[in-house]
Design a protein around this ligand. Structure first.
Ligand SMILES: NC(=O)C1=CN([C@@H]2O[C@H](COP(=O)(O)OP(=O)(O)OC[C@H]3O[C@@H](n4cnc5c(N)ncnc54)[C@H](O)[C@@H]3O)[C@@H](O)[C@H]2O)C=CC1
Ligand SMILES: O=C([O-])CC(=O)C(=O)O
Length: 413
C-alpha cells in the first residue's frame, strides 16, 4: 500500500508557524472553527507536543494541540536545514475503512470519528439494517472521505473490496447481570461470518475486532482466517484501547495529573480480571499506595460493568468505545502512512506468555504488528505478578472456547 502524499507546501515563519498547520484540503477549511488534521491526530495520538516547538515560545492553541508526528516532521526538516522557513508535506486522504455493525451504538459515533480523519478517503458502512440513513447523514459532513452504505449479506463483498482497515463492532451488547462471555453464543457466529467475508474480499486488511467476548472472538477470527489460508497474525487485533483510555483517565483523576500526559499500559485480555493495568509502568512515573493500586485496578477491570449498570439495560459503553476504536483506527492509518512511532496496546497473537493470544503494547508498522514492547513486561511488582498468574486460566479457557467453536464447524475451503 503506497502512502500517497501531496506536496502541499506551506512556507511558515518559525514562531508563528504552528498555528498555520491546518490541513489545506479544500473540503476541510470550513469545518466549524476550522477542521484541522493535525489537531485531530493530536487528540488521538496520545503523544506530547514536540518540546523543541514548545521551547520556541509559541503559545498558540494549535501549537499545543498539533499532531506529534507532524510536528516531528517539521522539527526534523527544520533541524536538517537549520532554517526558519519550513516546508510541510500534507498527508493526503488515501485509505479505505469499513465498519461492520455501523448502525449500532458504537458503529454510529465511530463512523463519525472516522469520517473526521484526514487520512481516510472512503468510509464503507455495513449493517444488517438501518445503515442507509446513517450514511446519508454522515455524508453531509464536509470532510474528505466518501461515505457508502451496504446492507445485508449480498452487499458485504462490495463493502469490503479494497479496504485497508476493517473494524467489527457487530453483535449484541451486555445487559446488567451478564458477563461478556454470555454474549458468546450470538456474537461468535456473527464474527465468524463477517471474518469469512473479510478473508474472501480483503485478506490483506488490518482487522480490528471489537465484538465481545474479545478474548474468544479474536481466536475465532484467527481460526477462520487460517482455514481460509489467509491468516496473517500481524494484522489481526482485538481492540483493547478502551482499557488504556480508562486507565489513563482514572489514574490522571486520582493523581491530579494532566490527562494528556498519562499513559498506562494494559495487558492480558478484555474481561474482568484478565484486564491487567500495569500501574507500575505509568508514565509519568508516579507512586501508588497498595490501596490505590487495588482500587484503581478493580475500577479499570470493572469499568465496562460500571457503564452497563448505569445504562440499566440500554447497552454497554458506546461513546467511549467509539473514541477508543477511532484512536486505534487512526494509529493503524498513521502506521500505514509511514509513521514509524506508533504504539498501542492490543490483544494479538503473542509469545509474551504461554498463552497464544495476549494483550500488550505493540509497535505498529505498515505490515501490522512490528514488535512487542518488551520493557513493559519486565520488572513486574508482586501485585502484578500475582494478577498475571491469576488471569491466565480464565484467558486460556476463553481462547480455547473460541478455537473449539470454529473446529466444530470448519469453514468451506
Ligand atoms: N472491545 C471493547 O472494548 C468493547 C466491545 N463492545 C462490544 O461491541 C459490540 C457492539 O456493541 P454496541 O454497538 O453497543 O451494540 P448495538 O446492538 O448497539 O450495535 C450492534 C450493531 O451490530 C449490528 N449487527 C448485528 N449482527 C450483524 C451482522 N451479522 N452483520 C453486521 N452487523 C450486525 C446490529 O444491527 C447493530 O446495529 C458488543 O458485542 C459489545 O459487547 C462494547 C464496548 C467495548
Ligand atoms: O462491558 C461491556 O460489555 C462492554 C465492554 O467490553 C467494555 O465496556 O469494556
Amino acid at each position: 500500500m503506497a502512502a500517497a502524499t501531496s506536496a502541499t507546501a506551506l512556507s511558515i515563519g518559525s514562531t508563528a508557524c504552528v498555528g498555520s498547520i491546518a490541513t489545506s484540503h479544500a473540503n476541510s477549511k470550513s469545518f466549524g472553527v476550522r477542521f484541522n488534521s493535525s489537531n485531530y491526530l493530536r487528540r488521538f495520538s496520545g503523544l506530547k507536543a514536540a518540546s523543541s516547538i514548545d521551547s520556541e515560545g509559541d503559545t498558540s492553541f494549535l501549537a499545543k494541540e498539533s499532531c506529534a508526528s507532524i510536528q516531528k516532521s517539521f522539527v526534523s526538516r527544520a533541524q536538517k536545514r537549520n532554517q526558519r522557513s519550513w516546508t510541510y508535506v500534507q498527508p493526503q486522504a488515501s485509505y479505505k475503512v469499513a465498519v461492520l455493525g455501523a448502525a449500532g451504538g458504537i458503529g454510529q459515533p465511530l463512523a463519525l470519528l472516522v469520517k473526521m480523519s484526514p487520512l481516510v478517503s472512503a468510509l464503507n458502512l455495513y449493517d444488517v439494517a438501518n445503515v442507509k440513513g446513517v450514511a446519508a447523514d454522515l455524508s453531509h459532513c464536509n470532510t474528505p472521505s466518501q461515505v457508502s452504505n451496504f446492507t445485508g449479506d449480498k452487499e458485504l463483498a462490495s463493502c469490503l473490496k479494497g479496504v485497508n482497515v476493517v473494524v467489527i463492532p457487530a453483535g449484541v451488547p451486555r445487559k446488567p447481570g451478564m458477563t461478556r462471555d454470555d454474549l458468546f453464543n450470538i456474537n461468535a457466529s456473527i464474527v465468524r461470518s463477517l471474518v469469512e467475508a473479510v478473508a474472501d474480499n480483503c485478506p490483506d486488511a488490518f482487522i480490528h475486532i471489537i465484538s465481545n467476548p474479545v478474548n474468544s472472538t479474536v481466536p475465532i477470527a484467527a481460526e477462520i482466517l487460517k482455514q481460509k489460508g489467509v491468516y496473517d497474525p500481524k494484522k489481526l487485533f482485538g481492540v483493547t484501547t478502551l482499557d488504556v483510555v480508562r486507565a489513563n483517565t482514572f489514574v490522571a483523576q486520582k493523581k491530579n495529573l494532566r490527562l494528556i500526559d498519562v499513559d498506562v499500559p494494559v495487558i492480558g485480555g478484555h474481561a474482568g480480571i484478565t484486564i491487567l493495568p500495569l500501574l507500575s509502568k505509568t508514565k509519568p512515573s508516579v507512586t501508588f499506595t497498595d490501596e490505590e493500586v487495588q482500587e484503581l485496578t478493580v475500577r479499570i477491570q470493572n469499568a465496562g460493568t460500571e457503564v452497563v449498570e448505569a445504562k440499566a439495560g440500554a447497552g454497554s459503553a458506546t461513546l467511549s468505545m467509539a473514541y477508543a476504536a477511532a484512536r486505534f483506527v487512526e494509529s493503524s492509518l498513521r502506521a500505514f502512512d509511514g509513521d514509524s512511532d506508533v504504539y498501542e496496546c492490543s490483544y494479538v497473537q503473542s509469545e509474551v506468555t504461554e498463552l497464544p493470544f495476549f494483550a500488550s503494547r505493540i509497535k505498529l508498522g505498515r505490515e501490522g504488528v512490528e514488535a512487542v514492547v518488551k520493557s513493559d513486561l519486565e520488572g513486574f511488582t508482586k501485585y502484578e505478578e500475582k494478577a498475571l498468574e491469576a488471569l491466565k486460566p480464565e484467558l486460556k479457557a476463553s481462547i480455547e472456547k473460541g478455537i473449539n467453536f470454529v473446529h466444530k464447524q470448519p469453514v468451506a475451503a
